[in-house]
Design a protein around this ligand. Structure first.
Ligand code: PAF
Length: 310
């Protein structure tokens, strides 16, 4: 199977690293020519928190240069999905499948606008990975990867399982699942709780449960996601606090993706996380005051970067 991984961020580099190391036919797609050339030359360096590191050569291409793939994995930030999706027809062989392995809501819709919903798969990851510099990542937490066909997709269970098997061969704990929409909301619940608070407070995931005021806000944000999901007829069960605690413990040393964005001065994914909860809650008549507040605070944090005193 020919695979294109779109976006050399933390998750994109991690996927490309392990797929390439396992001998799969993978290339990383970057839209920035200098960075693509640099990654092609340098490969990807993965470090563990224990300090062990190794580098794997990875083929890195611009969208127009890549050979048509059977599977294109979207791994860009949510606000870049609409632009990156434009290259899907170029990147995919006829009948090829697009897989979103991103946080939040709205990514599949952006891909479907270009590709149609029939050839899409959705996945969620609980991988604790931090991007240190271009092509350099720290892999702090081995979480599960779950893949399934979202509503409207015609990708068969057998084809979905083939993709899951590909990731297992590369060393990931990966399963194909029949109820990916519930799981996307379950992941949204985790991200809506952990990401804004770790970004606002600049703490690793493991510190959040140690901070009672922040922790209760995180749990309240997660409980609101559950309420909106329930109003939409989805099944996102389990105690939100316990679910958050399990992820914070498994990825304790990890900097959440939103914290990484804030530290790097990049726009965050708040628009596809807490802001989506607020928007979709409003549409269903479900109040989401904590998600509203966290959305405003993170937007203010982004906007104040240039004004901040040291
Ligand atoms: O966005 C993230 O950082 C990750 O989804 C997770 C699981 C919260 C770990 O940091």
């Amino acid at each position: 199977m020919k695979i294109a991984v779109i976006g050399p961020g933390a998750v994109g580099c991690l996927l490309a690293f392990f797929l390439a190391e396992a001998g799969e036919d993978v290339h990383l797609v970057d839209y920035r020519p200098e960075r693509a050339a640099f990654l092609q030359e340098q490969g990807i360096r993965l470090q563990t928190p224990g300090g062990e590191s190794r580098t794997v050569p990875v083929s890195c291409r611009l969208p127009g240069e890549a050979e048509p793939a059977d599977l294109a994995v979207m791994a860009v930030k949510a606000h870049q999905t609409a632009a990156a999706a434009q290259s899907l027809p170029l990147l995919l062989a006829s009948g090829g499948v697009g897989l979103s392995l991103q946080n939040g809501l709205g990514n599949l819709e952006a891909m479907a606008r270009v590709l149609g919903p029939e050839r899409l798969l959705a996945g969620i990851t609980y991988l604790g990975v931090t991007r240190q510099a271009a092509g350099q990542i720290i892999y702090a937490g081995k979480g599960e990867v779950l893949i399934g066909a979202p509503p409207g997709s015609l990708v068969t269970a057998a084809a979905t399982e083939e993709v899951a098997a590909l990731f297992r061969r590369a060393g990931f704990t990966c399963r194909s699942v029949p109820d990916i929409e519930n799981l996307l909301w379950d992941k949204l619940m985790i991200n809506a709780g952990i990401n804004p608070l770790t970004a606002l407070l600049r703490v690793p995931n493991g510190a959040l449960p140690e901070l009672p005021e922040a922790w209760s806000l995180a749990a309240a944000a997660a409980a609101e996601v559950q309420a909106v999901a329930k109003a939409r007829g989805l099944d996102v069960s389990g105690d939100p606090g316990e679910r958050l605690l399990r992820v914070c413990t498994a990825t304790a040393r990890n900097r959440s993706s939103m914290l990484q964005d804030i530290l790097a001065g990049r726009p965050t994914e708040i628009g596809s996380l807490n802001a989506q909860v607020a928007e979709r809650g409003a549409a269903m008549g479900v109040a989401t005051p904590v998600n509203d507040l966290l959305t405003s605070l993170v937007r203010a944090l982004e906007a104040s970067a240039a004004l901040r005193v040291e």
